[in-house]
Design a protein. Structure first.
Length: 718
């Protein structure tokens, strides 16, 4: 080891503490937090243990046996220690009584982890502790069931299970929950549901473990992973469906830290001397030569110009070198680029990003932290030296012997902390679009904001006192992140960050997508200390889920980003043709007459509304000959607008109340037909000239009347 250092060994020369550590393991890794195992009794009925319950569906699906059980006392107290887990299952609540461990689990989940709470094994207060004020549910009662009917929730594919009876009653916690995706029901009540939490997801089961499995018999086929790891149980179809949602690799960070490193570097550079200064110095030099030559000629000493000229040139060169040195000798600068995620319902905040430090002179960098997290500096130019990352407490750390050469040095950073107040963004619909308020910790100001939904995005304008608004004119096209036609250098740089974060995202119709409010602020102080610098600069991109208030206005406008749509079965029984991919937000090109029915979903928090007007905008390409947009009235297609040889952006508006009727779940149907209405011409085109046409984009905007406008209720969008 370099620098003459060596690790401390025991009396026998072996390491005092040593063990093997997995640097990487194939397949997703599951951590199970459970109490110490208790020996099973000799009774005929032996309840399934949490370990058997978790491994049974994994083995049946032939998922690698990467289930790590550790007692609650060994649950790490830092998010970075949980980074190697894809799933974390809580069957013992005792470790979450520690605020440090609770924060670690919560931050891990919001960073992309999948947290499964076996509610029958722990207290329901665990849910409130994890979600804080974001928990929106209540327990009705607990019942013991001997007759169980497990089915897929409405809108989910059926699981094909028949009702069954059990000899020993199994407990069901009957709950009322909002803002979640119910997957499985038991006797009509939620038995398994999930909720999006930042980049991760929370999974909850409320039905006793034994209801999800049955004892294995000799007639049962061996599981997919073979008999080596098989348990004494066979999972029901409901558990197999539930396991298929959970036992997948965790979501990783949406934003690559290298993008933030580029942003941090862009804030550091050298100033360039002005053209006026350089031209002025050279002009004085030229003028001095002319005046000196004229004067020496008059006195008859022209030969002295051979000495005077080079002397003046040397003086001017020294002046230029001095100017360059002044402009290059900038003070030490530290630039921070962060991606900040305040955790809803709590004052907890997590952030990651990059730091660029302009080091004027080589020396020891004072890098430390007092709120956990970590900082990993780039070690280029320090080969052959020993650097230490020393923890003096569970949250206190510092680097030692980090002595980079002069120049720009970068480091990746993760930090977390608790703020004095929550960060909350709430909006409501109004007559022009949406308006809302942003609550930020003291000392921070927001700018360059955008609202992102599953179907689009809107630029946001800030008013006074952190209020903001966005109208239908602020709806942004694909690849656009600011409403201004001319962007500043800073906005151009931030556009690249938005592009890396948002472009290419897909939406999962099976999961609740909560609109997100993105905005920029100065860097957040979260307990990481950088070298003393004369200049500290940078910026932070903040991501806050939007909460919705009921509208105050009776007449409202619903902009297109809040109206996601998908292709559904037509009123005439016509099956979806795959013309529009709602997951990828892509339209498929066609070469013959095509028809499809779209269903637009209104925001759930609007409550009872009646539609007054609709405006559809279509961007058509290719020689489609004809485009017909129709409404649906009592199973019949009623044409609204017909275009011949459509091209470019087309728009149609209608107020017919019969064509503005919503279904029971707040959906509006719209039918499209495009292509050549002449079927024989279609056949000839397929053979002679297979040209393609299609729709590039389609958006709907609605005006509505709110029947029970109120300001007292707040909920999350579904």
């Amino acid at each position: 080891m370099a620098s003459g250092e060596q690790l401390i060994g025991g009396e026998t020369g072996r390491m005092q503490i040593q063990d093997h550590v997995w640097l990487a393991r194939p397949g997703p890794v599951t951590g199970l937090v459970d109490a110490a195992p208790v020996a099973k009794s000799t009774d005929y009925f032996q309840p399934i243990t949490p370990y058997e319950f978790v491994t049974t569906p994994r083995i049946e699906r032939n998922v690698l046996h990467n289930v790590i059980t550790f007692p609650g006392s060994l649950l790490p107290g830092g998010e970075e220690s949980l980074d190697g887990y894809d799933h974390l299952i809580i069957a013992d609540e005792s470790p979450l009584e520690s605020p440090t461990r609770l924060e670690a689990v919560r931050r891990w989940m919001y960073s992309g982890g999948k947290l499964w709470i076996l509610l029958n094994q722990v207290s329901p207060s665990v849910l409130e502790a994890i979600l804080g004020d974001d928990f929106d549910g209540s327990i009705v009662d607990r019942v013991s069931l001997t007759h169980i009917d497990m089915q897929a929730a409405p809108g989910r594919p059926p699981i094909g299970m028949e009702p069954f009876k059990v000899d020993t009653p199994i407990e069901l916690i009957r709950m009322l929950v909002d803002g979640v995706d119910v997957e499985i029901t038991a006797n009509g009540w939620p038995a398994a549901y999930s909720k999006s939490c930042g980049d991760g997801r929370l999974y909850v089961t409320t039905l006793g473990l034994d209801a999800w499995v049955r004892p294995r018999t000799r007639e049962d086929d061996p599981p997919g992973a073979g008999t080596t790891w098989q348990t004494s149980y066979v999972p029901h179809e409901a558990l197999m469906r539930w396991g298929s949602l959970i036992f997948e690799p965790r979501s990783r960070a949406k934003l690559d830290v290298r993008v933030l490193e580029e942003l941090a570097r862009d804030s550091i550079g050298y100033s360039i001397p002005s053209r006026t200064l350089i031209v002025g110095i050279l002009s004085v030099f030229a003028l001095a030569l002319i005046v000196a030559g004229w004067w020496l000629l008059r006195v008859g000493e022209a030969q002295r110009l051979a000495i005077f000229g080079p002397a003046v040139a040397v003086v001017v060169s020294l002046m230029l070198m001095g100017v360059g040195r002044v402009h290059r000798s900038l003070p030490s600068i530290t630039s921070i680029a962060q991606y900040v995620q305040p955790i809803p319902g709590t004052t907890d905040v997590r952030a990651f990003g990059s730091t660029a430090m302009l080091v004027a002179e080589s020396g020891d960098l004072a890098l430390s932290g007092e709120s956990g997290g970590w900082l990993m500096p780039q070690m280029a130019g320090q080969e052959g030296t020993t650097r230490r990352l020393v923890w003096s407490g569970i949250d206190d750390w510092k680097w030692e012997n980090v002595e980079p050469p002069a120049g720009v040095q970068t480091a990746s950073v993760y930090s977390a902390g608790r703020m004095a107040s929550q960060t909350i963004a709430s909006v409501m619909f109004d007559a022009e679009g949406v308006s809302g308020t942003l609550q930020l910790p003291e000392g921070l100001t927001a700018g360059d904001a955008v609202i992102v939904t599953s179907h689009g995005r809107m630029a946001v304008k800030f008013d006074e006192d952190n209020t903001f608004h966005a109208t239908s004119a602020d709806v942004l096209a694909s690849g656009q992140y600011f409403s201004a036609s001319l962007l500043s250098d800073q906005q151009a740089t931030r556009s690249r960050v938005f592009s890396a974060l948002l472009d290419g995202e897909t939406s999962d119709s099976a999961a609740t997508f909560q609109p997100v409010f993105y905005f920029w602020t100065p860097p957040w102080k979260l307990g990481v200390h950088y070298p003393p610098s004369e200049t500290l600069t940078g910026s932070a991109l903040v991501s806050v889920p939007l909460s919705f208030n009921r509208p105050q206005a009776e007449q409202i406008l619903i902009p297109s980003p809040f109206l996601p749509y998908k292709e559904v079965m037509g009123a005439d029984g016509e099956l979806p043709q795959g013309v529009y991919d709602a997951r990828q937000h892509q339209w498929q090109e066609r070469s013959r007459l095509s028809a499809l029915t779209l269903r637009f979903q209104l925001p759930a928090e609007l409550g009872s509304v009646s539609l007054d007007e609709a405006r559809v905008t279509v961007r058509a390409t290719g020689p489609m000959e004809q485009l017909i947009v129709s409404g649906v009235d009592q199973g019949q297609y009623i044409p609204i607008e017909t275009w011949t040889d459509p091209a470019g952006v087309l728009a149609a508006t209608w107020q017919d109340p019969e064509l503005l009727q919503l279904d029971e779940e707040g959906g509006l149907l719209l039918h499209l037909q495009f292509g050549s209405p002449d079927e024989s011409a279609n056949e000839r085109m397929q053979i002679d000239n297979p040209t393609r046409f299609g729709i590039e984009a389609l958006d709907l905007e609605l005006r509505a009347t709110v029947r029970d406008a109120s300001t007292t209720e707040t909920s999350n969008i579904e």
